[in-house]
Design a protein around this ligand. Structure first.
Ligand SMILES: Cc1cc2nc3c(=O)[nH]c(=O)nc-3n(C[C@H](O)[C@H](O)[C@H](O)COP(=O)(O)OP(=O)(O)OC[C@H]3O[C@@H](n4cnc5c(N)ncnc54)[C@H](O)[C@@H]3O)c2cc1C
Ligand code: FES
Ligand code: FES
Length: 485
């Protein structure tokens, strides 16, 4: 068993923090505003949507410090062990000189009421550090998770483009500070497990996590907290004891071989994107439409799958691709088809003390067509009303040799459309076949009506998506797709 430490330790701006008495559900935003009296970060929604609470969290990745924009309202303090938290208060120089990001916002009139402004500043700061001369699409992507209700976005985007005329990231005083901080952050990761009052457990390693969860199967696993955070802020649920796993490097592995991509459970959407875009370019657009940047920096693939939501965006395409799930309990591992993991609403094939360790996604064989369509009311920062993934192999003779269709938002779990598949396979891949198969959607799915869409809308849209997929496989994709810069 790993040695035990009894404090959550991190660096907040330039202050070293060690907390021996903190609740499992204390959010970073409450800690900043109520305990540290750092009130620059605002609470707009308390559910990760508006970005008013955005801060940067720096973490060690190999020998590098990486800074991610995150929403402090749904990030728990217990998850910050061994990180550097940077808030908007830390940007202005000691002599009062504004930071280039702040000065650009002032000069470009990027603020009116100012409520959203600290969040925009932090998101832009994160962008500027990794991309000092961002394109308009890069700026828009970085700001997907920041809402402004009075200034309007044009001045903010102008400010984003102007930042580098005020200074270069290499000259940023915080950069030097971060290099100096690296040693302190490394020292915090001293190989010990942290435990606080039987309520917070921060395992020392993946093996330690496996052991501690097997011994405490009633504990709540928290990875990115983008689902669990809302259980606290919106549903007032008690979540302790909690095992925080977001820091575990072994769960952030991405392995590629000749036949498949393996994503470990703690890989965030942002971390997965380069491998997803390289191996499954058809999924890049979906990836960019999952939440906003801060949530993509926090939310993990493992959390999306484990949570078992019928409207999670990764299960439909991964099921269509034939992904396999790797589960682990203590030292025992097993592998199942991802589609078999979802048993019923809120019920997954996971035993007490068992967790998701990784998912493997076979590459698409040459000649197969594959597409995923996310349907939501807003294009960005919105949950799917439905999400459909389609994959087909059509032989040289024009006959459907294999087809896999999976939907989220159409049933109590992510689910394959087996009746539709049966109506297509072995038939010529023609409009007549597709139109005949469309009627069988009602055998596979009896969707519900809710605030996102009516049952009728869902069924009709699913049918139309099959038609769209058919037309796209026949080369009409460009006409049907929105032009994306
Ligand atoms: C503003 C906002 C927008 C969002 N938009 C989208 C969207 O567009 N599409 C979408 O699909 N989702 C969306 N989500 C939901 C969420 O971001 C995803 O489901 C995310 O992938 C969850 O991962 P996490 O690491 O944050 O999970 P957590 O919140 O940490 O955990 C979620 C659940 O999984 C369990 N868990 C986590 N990791 C493991 C593991 N390794 N093994 C076993 N159990 C585990 C936890 O115990 C919990 O039950 C959004 C959320 C927010 C707040
Ligand atoms: S307060 Fe809205 S995202 Fe945090
Ligand atoms: S400046 Fe008022 S909400 Fe953005």
């Amino acid at each position: 068993m790993a040695e035990i430490a009894n404090a959550i330790r991190f660096i907040l701006n330039d202050e070293e923090i060690a907390l021996t008495d903190v609740a499992a559900d204390t959010t970073l935003l409450d800690f900043l505003r109520l305990e540290k009296r750092l009130r620059g970060s605002k609470e707009g929604c308390a559910e990760g949507d508006c970005g008013a609470c955005t801060v940067l969290v720096g973490r060690l990745a190999g020998d590098e410090m990486i800074y991610d924009s995150v929403t402090a309202c749904i990030r728990f303090v217990g998850s910050l062990h061994g990180t550097h938290v940077v808030t908007v208060e830390h940007l202005r120089a000691k002599d009062g000189t504004l930071h280039p990001v702040q000065q650009a916002m002032v000069d470009q009139h990027g603020s009116q009421c100012g409520f959203c402004t600290p969040g925009f500043v932090m998101s832009l700061y994160g962008l500027w550090m990794r991309d000092p001369h961002p394109s308009q699409p890069a700026i828009e992507k970085a700001l997907q998770g920041n809402l402004c209700r009075c200034t309007g976005y044009a001045p903010i985007i102008r400010a984003a483009k102007a930042i580098s005329s005020y200074g270069a990231p290499e000259a940023d005083p915080l950069r030097a500070e971060r290099i100096a901080l690296k040693g302190k952050i490394k020292a915090i990761h001293d190989g010990r497990r942290v435990e606080i009052a039987d309520q917070i457990i921060v395992p020392a390693s993946l093996d330690d996590f496996a052991a501690v969860y097997e011994a405490n199967p009633g504990a709540t696993i928290v990875a990115g907290s983008t689902d669990v955070g809302l259980w606290v802020t919106k549903f007032m649920r008690r979540i302790g004891p909690v095992i925080f796993i977001g820091h575990l490097q072994e769960l952030k592995r991405i392995a590629e071989n000749d036949s498949e991509l393996r994503l470990y459970a703690g890989v965030s959407y942002s971390e997965a994107l380069p491998s997803i875009a390289a191996n499954f370019p058809q999924l890049s657009e979906l990836w960019d439409r999952i939440a906003g940047e801060q949530i993509r920096n926090m939310g993990t693939i493992g959390g999306n799958i484990a949570n078992g939501s019928p409207i999670g965006d990764t299960p439909p395409p991964l099921i269509a691709l034939g992904a396999r799930l790797h589960l682990r309990r203590g030292e025992h591992r097993r592998e199942i088809k991802l589609e078999d993991y979802f048993l019923a609403y809120g019920k997954q094939d996971r035993q007490p003390g068992e967790f998701v360790e990784s998912v493997t996604i076979p590459y698409l064989p040459a000649g197969e067509h594959f597409a995923t369509y996310k349907i939501s009311k807003r294009r960005e920062e919105d949950i799917s009303a439905l999400c459909g993934a389609f994959r087909v192999f059509v032989s040289d003779a024009g006959v459907v040799g294999m087809v896999r269709i999976a939907f989220g938002g159409m049933a109590a779990t992510p689910k394959r459309a087996k009746a539709v598949e049966a109506a297509l396979v072995g038939k010529p891949w023609t409009l007549e076949t597709v139109e005949a198969a469309i009627g069988t959607f009602a055998e596979d799915y009896q969707p519900i009506s809710d605030m996102r869409a009516s049952a009728e809308y869902r069924l009709l849209t699913a049918q139309n998506l099959l038609l769209r997929f058919f037309h796209e496989t026949n080369g009409h994709g460009q006409r049907l797709r929105r032009a994306v810069a």
